[in-house]
Design a protein around this ligand. Structure first.
Ligand SMILES: C=CC1=C(C)c2cc3[nH]c(cc4nc(cc5[nH]c(cc1n2)c(C)c5CCC(=O)O)C(CCC(=O)O)=C4C)c(C)c3C=C
Ligand SMILES: [Fe+2]
Ligand SMILES: [Fe+2]
Length: 342
């Protein structure tokens, strides 16, 4: 008899805020060819020759500002999601991180030690990207083939446009929106534009209007389209005028051209356009993390206020909200049920 289990996968955080641990984490993360997609020699030159000699102390200082007694917010929240989901489903639930610990291998091992042979793996990213969903699947397949060839894995697909997710995100935002706001900004993690061209097997996306078309063959692999779609569906459900909303992309790194508009530039420009009261949400992240708690709620707020803004209201991620746990449950159950069909 086969036994089923669930593995929730998130990005991962350094072991601690020590510069050495942050450096090890950034090394593993940025040497991933799906994150910095240069040939090994050039990637190594950039990451190990430049970035790791300058960035770790700055990143460590940033991590210190968000770290809790229990550890990294991203990991603590993923553990909370795991515990809540475990109360709702009968199969074992474990977590695995793409980088650092607990790794995907650790998560799969814990499941197999409980007799699991069929795993539903849930990459906790609403929108598909080479640097998130794709690298998780690659890693899980590498680990499976090497250590657990008897195990079957069924992957939850990106859910950026699924009704249950859009309803959940909309209600969460609605509850937290301040009464008076001039604009609602949707800030997504950015990616280099090159990634989008690279992962488009149809070669029909030119990063222009095609991303906002209702249909285009590239949409399944176009992170830009998927961010636009999540935004459009939420705005529609929130029933607020499109003119009161802004989309932007944060966290760029290096000299490549990343998706525009950039969040930091947008935050500086909005007050000049009369936006004094801003609400901002980050739907590329299901759990709060360094990129939301520090880059947006602290740095972003400073940028906006410094540029003449008056009120900056950060809307937290879905984290371990019960309605989100219900969505996670439904998306996992769909994939658990598929095991019965094959
Ligand atoms: C080339 C670099 C990067 C790409 C591409 C990228 C894509 C990407 N990342 C996330 C989600 C997260 N990123 C986080 C941190 C983070 N991201 C990068 C670089 C790239 N990300 C760096 C260098 C860092 C580390 C922090 C720093 O030094 O600034 C995090 C937070 C992790 C945490 O521990 O809290 C998340 C989450 C997505 C969704 C994405 C593409 C869509
Ligand atoms: Fe990132
Ligand atoms: Fe596109």
């Amino acid at each position: 008899m086969s036994k089923k289990g669930i593995l929730l996968v998130n990005l991962g955080s350094p072991k601690s805020t020590d510069v050495k641990d942050v450096k090890d984490y950034l090394d593993e993360f940025l040497m991933d060819e799906k994150v910095i997609d240069y040939r090994w020699f050039f990637r190594s030159l950039l990451v190990q020759g430049i970035i790791l000699n300058t960035r770790p102390p700055k990143s460590a200082a940033a991590y210190k500002t968000v770290w809790t007694d229990e550890g990294s917010p991203l990991i603590v929240i993923t553990q909370k999601i795991q515990r809540k989901l475990q109360k709702l489903v009968e199969v074992p639930v474990e977590i695995g991180m793409r980088y650092a610990e607990p790794s995907i291998e650790t998560g799969i091992r814990k499941l197999t030690e409980q007799g699991v042979t069929e795993i539903v793996l849930f990459p906790l990213y609403p929108q598909y990207a080479m640097s998130t969903t794709e690298t998780v699947v690659d890693k899980a397949e590498e680990v499976r083939k090497k250590h657990f060839p008897q195990v079957k894995i069924n992957y939850v697909q990106p859910f950026y446009n699924r009704d249950i997710y859009i309803d959940c995100l909309t209600e969460s935002i609605r509850e937290k929106l301040p009464e008076n706001f001039d604009a609602l900004q949707f800030s997504y993690h950015g990616v280099p534009e090159r990634h989008i061209y690279k992962t488009d097997p149809t070669k029909t996306c030119n990063l222009n209007d095609c991303c906002s078309r209702e249909t285009n063959p590239s949409h399944q692999f176009c992170y830009r389209h998927q961010c636009f779609k999540t935004t459009e569906l939420v705005i529609e459900k929130l029933n607020i005028p499109k003119e009161k909303t802004v989309i932007s992309f944060q966290s760029r790194l290096g000299k490549d051209k990343w998706m525009e508009p950039y969040t930091d530039e947008t935050l500086e420009n909005l007050p000049k356009k009369g936006v004094k009261n801003l609400a901002i949400v980050c739907p590329a992240f299901v759990s709060d993390c360094l990129e939301t708690l520090e880059e947006i709620s602290v740095e972003g707020k400073e940028e906006f206020l410094h540029a003449g803004g008056e009120n900056f209201h950060y809307i937290p991620c879905l984290n371990d909200e019960d309605r989100w746990i219900d969505v996670v449950k439904t998306l996992c159950e769909e994939k658990l049920n598929e095991f019965y069909l094959v």
